[in-house]
Write a protein that binds this ligand. Structure first.
Ligand SMILES: [Ca+2]
Ligand SMILES: [Ca+2]
Length: 92
């Protein structure tokens, strides 16, 4: 996975949701997985200081405007959604 800071149109959103989450939010044990594959999230992909449960439980993974790493965040914040699919699914 390559990580680049995103720069949406000003006034739109600060957040791009990715398909990842904390495996068991009740445990808060920092085991993070990608929903599609179940693979563990590479710790090198996190933005400095993240994940941090900043301000309360944060159990979903997003990108934040101008920052080139993953953030944990509460899931009710509006944002764009980045989806993944296979080439075979696009050809159907
Ligand atoms: Ca959490
Ligand atoms: Ca956070």
């Amino acid at each position: 996975m390559y990580m680049h800071a995103f720069s949406p149109t000003p006034g739109t959103t600060d957040t791009v949701w990715l398909g990842g989450r904390e495996a068991d939010p009740a445990l808060e044990n920092d085991i993070w997985v990608w929903d599609t594959s179940g693979a563990s999230v590479n710790w090198a992909l996190w933005y400095s200081g993240q994940p941090d449960n900043g301000g309360g439980p944060q159990d979903h993974i997003c990108l934040w405007r101008g920052e080139d790493g993953l953030h944990d965040l509460e899931p009710f914040r509006p944002g764009l959604v980045l989806c993944e699919t296979s080439a075979e699914d696009l050809l159907c």
